[in-house]
Design a protein around this ligand. Structure first.
Ligand code: DOR
Length: 438
C-alpha cells in the first residue's frame, strides 16, 4: 500500500494532547508518524490540505440502527455504512433490534459479513441482553462476545426487570463489556407518543413524563453500584436523568451516558411548528423542554456527558407518513450529526474542537473498548477531516441512507465533513470542499 503524507491541517488528537499544525504520515493503512515538517521520502504522496481543515481521529457513532437483517427496506449494512462515512464516521456500533434479533452468533456473524462486503465504515455489533429482546432469559453473552459483539442492550426497549439487569451487569463484568440501557419505565411511558407537557397537551397527544427515563436510570445506576458492572445510559433526554448520572458519577459508579444531536438542538416546541404533528419529530425518548435541552448543553460543556451518538433510526416513507400516534419512533442522524455539532456546539462556544473529538471519537472508543479514538503511531489510519466553516444545506433526497426521516431537511448549517479515511483508504470525499485532492 502507498505511503501518504497529509500536510496543512490543524490536527486535533486529544488522546495524545495534540492540537496544532502537524503532518500525518500514513503507511500500510496505519499511522506511521505525526510531527512538524516530517521529511518526505521518495515514494511518498503528499496531500496538501487547505488551511482551516481539521484532521482528527475517526469519529465513532456508538448508537446506530442498521436494520439488517430483516428490515432492509429501511436500511442495509451497506447503505447505513455509506451514510456513516458520508457523515464522517469511520466506525459505527449497531443495535440488536433487527429481525431476527441479534441475540446469537449467527446474526452477529451475518452483520459482520455484510460489513466486510460493504467495506466502508467499521461495524461493531451490539448484542441483545435478553433472548429475542423479550426481557425474560439472558442471551448467551459469552457467545455474543466471541462472535464480535462489543456491548449488550435491549435498545428499543429497556432491560425489563431489575433482576435481569442485575444479572446482565454481573455477567458483562466477566467480559469487560458495558450494558447499554434504553432507560424507560414502560408503565410510566404507557402509550405516550411525545413529552408530557404543554405542547403535547395542547395538541392532544399522550405524554411521556421525563421521570419514565430518570427512574430507570436511577435503578440501573444503583444496580451498577451493587454489582460493579458498567452501565451506559443511551440517548439521554431529560434533565432529571442528567442529575441521576451526576449522582452516580459522584459515587464512583461505572456509569457513562450519551446524548443525540436532536436532544441538544430541538425541543418539544417542534411538535407544534413549523409543521404540527410532523412525524419526523417523533422519537423515543421524545424531544423535551427548553430546560432539558439547555441541561444537555451544560452536560456537554461541563464534562458530565461522555458521548454524542446519533440513534440513527431509519424508517421508510410509508411508515412515517401516517397519523402521529401510529408512526414509528425515530429519525436518521448519521449524515447531519457533524454539521449540527459544529454549528450548535463549536461555533456557539459550547465546546471546543478538542472536547468535540472526545465526545465523538475518544470516549466511544474507550467505552466500547474498540480500536480508534487516537492518532497514535501504529494505530489504524482511521481519520476524519472536518471542514468547520463549510456552508452546508441539509438535503434529505441526496443522503446515502435509504430512509429520509430527518427533521433537519433544508437547514443551513456551518461546518461539515471534508473526507473520511478508514485504514488509510479514502472512503468518502466531499466534492463541495475545495483545496485538496487525494
Ligand atoms: O426513536 C427510536 N427509534 N428510539 C429507539 O429507542 C428505537 C429506535 C428504532 O429502532 O427505531
Amino acid at each position: 500500500m502507498a505511503t501518504q503524507l497529509l500536510k496543512g491541517a490543524r490536527v486535533v488528537d486529544p488522546a495524545n494532547q495534540r492540537d496544532g499544525a502537524f503532518d500525518v504520515l500514513i503507511e500500510d493503512g496505519r499511522i506511521a508518524a505525526v510531527g512538524v515538517d516530517l521529511p518526505v521520502a521518495a515514494a511518498t504522496r503528499v496531500v496538501q490540505l487547505a488551511t482551516g481543515l481539521v484532521l482528527c481521529p475517526g469519529l465513532i457513532d456508538m448508537h446506530v440502527h442498521l436494520r439488517e437483517p430483516g428490515q432492509e427496506h429501511k436500511e442495509t449494512v451497506a447503505s447505513g455504512t455509506a451514510a456513516a462515512v458520508a457523515g464522517g464516521f469511520t466506525a459505527v456500533a449497531c443495535m440488536p433490534n433487527t429481525t431476527p434479533v441479534n441475540d446469537n452468533a449467527g446474526v452477529t456473524g451475518y452483520i459482520l459479513a455484510r460489513a466486510a462486503e460493504a467495506n466502508l465504515a467499521r461495524v461493531y455489533p451490539i448484542g441483545a441482553v435478553s433472548r429475542g429482546q423479550k426481557g425474560e432469559q439472558l442471551a448467551d453473552i459469552a457467545e455474543l462476545k466471541n462472535a464480535g459483539c462489543v456491548a449488550i442492550t435491549d435498545d428499543g426497549h429497556p432491560v425489563a426487570t431489575a433482576i435481569l439487569m442485575r444479572r446482565a451487569l454481573e455477567y458483562t463484568r466477566m467480559f469487560d463489556m458495558p450494558v447499554i440501557e434504553h432507560c424507560e419505565d414502560q408503565t410510566l411511558k404507557g402509550d405516550g407518543v411525545a413529552h408530557e407537557g404543554f405542547q403535547a397537551s395542547s395538541l392532544g397527544l399522550r405524554g411521556i413524563p421525563s421521570e419514565a427515563e430518570s427512574i430507570m436510570a436511577l435503578r440501573d445506576i444503583s444496580l451498577a453500584e451493587l454489582t460493579g458492572g458498567t452501565v451506559h445510559v443511551a440517548h439521554m433526554s431529560a434533565r432529571q436523568t442528567l442529575a441521576a448520572v451526576r449522582y452516580g458519577k459522584s459515587r464512583g459508579v461505572a456509569v457513562t451516558c450519551e446524548v443525540t444531536p436532536h436532544h441538544f438542538v430541538l425541543t418539544d416546541e417542534w411538535l407544534a411548528q413549523p409543521m404540527p404533528y410532523d412525524t419526523n419529530v417523533k422519537m423515543n425518548p421524545p424531544l423535551r423542554e427548553a430546560a432539558d435541552r439547555d441541561a444537555m448543553l451544560e452536560g456537554l460543556a461541563d464534562g458530565t456527558i461522555d458521548v454524542i451518538a446519533t440513534d440513527h433510526a431509519p424508517h421508510h416513507y410509508d411508515e412515517k407518513h401516517v397519523e402521529f400516534d401510529r408512526a414509528p419512533f425515530g429519525i436518521t442522524g448519521l449524515e447531519t450529526a457533524v454539521s449540527l455539532c459544529l454549528d450548535r456546539l463549536v461555533h456557539r462556544g459550547v465546546v471546543g474542537l478538542t472536547r468535540l473529538v472526545q465526545l465523538l471519537s475518544v470516549n466511544p472508543a474507550n467505552i466500547l473498548r474498540v480500536p480508534g479514538g487516537s492518532l497514535t503511531v501504529g494505530a489504524p489510519a482511521d481519520i476524519t477531516i472536518l471542514a468547520p466553516d463549510l456552508p452546508v444545506t441539509v438535503a434529505a433526497t441526496t443522503m446515502r441512507s435509504l430512509s429520509k426521516n430527518t427533521p433537519f431537511d433544508g437547514w443551513s448549517l456551518r461546518g461539515g465533513v471534508a473526507a473520511t479515511i478508514v485504514g488509510g483508504r479514502v472512503v468518502y470525499m466531499n466534492d463541495a470542499v475545495q483545496g485538496f485532492t487525494w
